[in-house]
Design a protein around this ligand. Structure first.
Ligand code: JET
Length: 246
């Protein structure tokens, strides 16, 4: 998978050299290239922002540097290249594990990291008219720019690219994969730590009992903290299914 990132703070993406994703890059599974938007700003001061037309607070990212940077990154070097451009934005579709799975099937992702009050709308309109563009939100809070949202998405997507995670079973076993329930609590040695014992069933050697206990823990945990994730049949109310389940 090829990933291009355009940002005025390329240093944020140094974190993606670490750990699993760093190894995937070394092994050639993920070809990540980070581009400094300022290098596409051609005036003397390399200006990337200006005041909002029509008035208002803050600054807006100018369209010309974005046009130059995205044109350079979208110059197809192979015939089958059908890139998807993603702008992290609180106004976007919410990023979920299902979206991460869809995006892991793409061959070329381009992330445009906005800052200030956002990017001039015509940049979005221009690239949407020429190809595929999505605004994507990682949640209902405001960040200072798209960089941290992009790192979160690249990590979630990258680990689903075939070969990046050594044992593909560890992907399927996790929360949100398969049945969408939260994960059961995990324990390791020692069997007692600060007077806190590991649940007895986990030391019993009874694998059927362990599997059943873990599934009960998953349902209870999900009911307690994220009841909206529970399939209606497990919700324990008598009102049946709701329109929101559809
Ligand atoms: C965000 C994403 O804050 C978030 O995204 C970053 C951000 C901050 C400020 C402006 C901005 O502009 C986006 C844009 O896109 C065309 O103009 C983006 C919060 N949840 N998810």
């Amino acid at each position: 998978m090829k990933i291009d990132v355009v940002s005025i703070f390329p240093g944020y993406f140094d974190a993606l050299e670490l750990s699993l994703l760093g190894k995937a890059r070394q092994r050639g599974l993920i070809d990540l290239r980070v581009h400094d938007l300022r290098e596409s700003a051609h005036d003397k001061h390399r200006t990337v922002d200006d005041t909002p037309t029509g008035g208002g607070a803050g600054m807006v990212m100018k369209p010309e540097p974005w046009g130059a940077a995205l044109d350079a990154v979208l110059t197809a070097d192979d015939a089958g290249d059908d890139p998807l451009v993603i702008f992290p934005s609180p106004a976007g579709d919410v990023f979920t594990q299902a979206m991460a799975r869809e995006l892991a099937d793409e061959s070329h992702l381009v992330f445009g990291c906005g800052r200030y009050e956002g990017i001039d709308q015509r940049v979005f309109d221009e690239y949407a008219s020429r190809g595929r563009v999505r605004l994507v939100s990682i949640g209902d809070y405001v960040l200072n720019g798209g960089e941290v949202a992009t790192i979160a998405m690249i990590e979630a997507i990258g680990r689903l690219v075939p070969g990046v995670v050594g044992n593909p079973e560890s992907l399927v076993e996790e929360s949100h994969e398969e049945d969408g329930l939260l994960e059961y609590p995990s324990y390791t040695k020692p069997a007692t730590w600060r007077d806190r014992a590991v649940p007895e069933v986990l030391l019993s050697g009874n694998h059927a009992a362990i599997t059943q206990w873990r599934q009960e823990q998953r349902v209870e945990r999900t009911r307690r903290v994220r009841p909206e994730l529970l399939p209606w049949a497990l919700r324990g109310d008598t009102r049946g299914r709701h329109a929101a389940d559809d």
